[in-house]
Design a protein around this ligand. Structure first.
Ligand code: PMP
Length: 425
């Protein structure tokens, strides 16, 4: 099929009239290479189709929720069966208790669970519980880490007051000295240290946590009576069948979850240790849709697959196959790649590409050939992918490298300069 985007273009034009700037947040494709579609009609397994009917092998996985494949039969049956019985009722279903039991059973640091809708709900609750427990204010966070889009953490400054950002001190991820300095600056007011399980910031190489850094964060919290919060919204269930920091032997006090826990159905969670149960019980947090039963049923079906299948080992093996194949192909065409982070959470950027022009040109070529990747955000391998899918991606990638090589010198990406200016403003 020939790649076209006439329907997408028409929808974008209509969106301009009725949606601010045509789209917002991470769906603002003005940040992405020009040919990226904005509107999609369906997903199945590892693939999705845009409104023009173009099929993509999707390495964004909905920015994380797609763990077992789109339209997964068992998960979506659990969801639709419960929807047929009633979803958002005046109170929750038995699924809420079953899901809390399932999550506490899976995540070794957790003794209790609370459910909400978005990752931002969970990270915000974590901050509130830490402050409620300690009766202190200051949170220490890694510079550049994403924890959501509420005024206390959203990356742009529009609509945000200085008061919204009060009581925050920043450190460099993996840098023990800078963490210690931030804790010193917080002084006697330290409520919590936030950490992403891995450094998965945009535009920069990913980093695995240095165990010494993770252990020091734990020690500092213990010394100061502060809470260690691991934000597992993005990486949760993709690194371990437990808290991601179980891999470095460090137990957080609280952990935030979302994205993959119901394979795309809307639910997030905050998990905590015994000592913080009362602090969690005495903040007021809620939402009209937080108790809906169908996403909880979907989460239970997802967690069953987490416990009973080899999804994790398979996604790691597929990620390694992709990484090795891309390195080999890029080198053949005279490019060096920066492939960082865990293989199943790949981030792919180019060496000698300060303004991301190569990355944009390559991703644009991938899109037109049916592979959806991202020039500066980490991606995901889903368990519905097969070796044949990875090999398809490698063939497409090889052709795309050739296209970029033959195109010769590239123009800087103007829209990216605009984006950076917005973040820095
Ligand atoms: N924390 C992390 C690490 C995330 O990746 C995200 C979402 N990208 C969030 C929090 C916020 O989650 P949500 O978009 O569901 O509010």
């Amino acid at each position: 099929m020939v790649w076209t985007n006439s329907k997408d273009t028409a929808l974008r034009e209509r969106a301009q009239a009725v949606i601010p700037n045509g789209m917002y947040g991470h769906q603002s494709v003005f940040m992405l290479p020009d040919d990226f579609p904005q509107f999609f009609s369906r997903g199945q397994g590892a693939y999705m189709w845009d409104v023009d009917g173009n099929r993509y092998l999707d390495f964004l996985c909905g920015y994380g929720p797609n763990l077992f494949g789109y339209a997964h039969a068992d998960i979506d049956k659990a969801y639709s069966d419960r929807t047929a019985q009633g979803d958002t009722l005046t109170g929750p279903g038995a699924e809420m208790v079953e899901l809390a039991e399932a999550m506490v059973g899976l995540v070794s640091h957790a003794d209790w669970a609370m459910f909400c809708k978005n990752g931002t709900d969970a990270t915000t609750m974590a901050m509130m519980i830490a402050r409620n427990h300690t009766k202190k204010n200051t949170i220490v966070l890694a510079k550049g880490a994403y924890h959501g889009a509420a005024p206390w953490c959203t990356p742009l400054k529009g609509g945000v007051t200085a008061a919204d950002r009060a009581h925050q001190v920043f450190y460099e991820y993996n840098d023990v000295e800078s963490l210690e300095a931030a804790v010193r600056e917080a002084g006697s007011d330290l409520a919590a240290i936030f950490a992403s399980p891995i450094k998965h910031d945009t535009f920069v190489d990913q980093e695995l946590p240095n165990p010494a850094y993770a252990r020091r964060a734990r020690e500092l919290c213990d010394e100061h009576g502060a809470l260690l919060i691991v934000d597992d919204v993005r990486a949760g269930l993709r690194l371990a069948r437990d808290s991601s920091w179980s891999l470095v032997g460090v137990k957080p006090d609280l952990s935030s979850w979302g994205k993959a826990i119901a394979n795309g159905h809307p639910i997030s969670a905050l998990l905590g240790a015994e000592a913080f149960r009362m602090a969690a019980a005495t903040i007021y947090v809620t939402g009209s849709f937080w108790f809906s039963a169908a996403p909880m049923a979907a989460a239970l079906a997802t967690l069953k697959l987490v416990r009973e299948t080899d999804y994790l080992e398979r996604t790691i093996a597929l990620g390694e196959r992709l990484r090795a194949g891309l390195d080999e192909s890029a080198a053949r065409h005279g490019f060096g790649l920066r492939q960082t982070g865990p293989a199943q959470i790949p981030l792919i950027m180019f060496e000698d590409d300060p303004d991301a022009a190569k990355a944009y040109a390559w991703n644009n070529a991938l899109i037109r050939r049916g592979v959806y990747m991202h020039p500066w955000h980490n991606m995901f391998i889903c368990a519905a992918m097969t070796e044949a899918d990875i090999d398809f991606a490698l063939n497409v990638a090889d052709d795309a490298f050739k296209t970029v090589r033959e195109a010769g010198p590239l123009e800087p990406v103007a829209k990216l300069a605009i984006l950076h200016a917005m973040v820095d403003a």
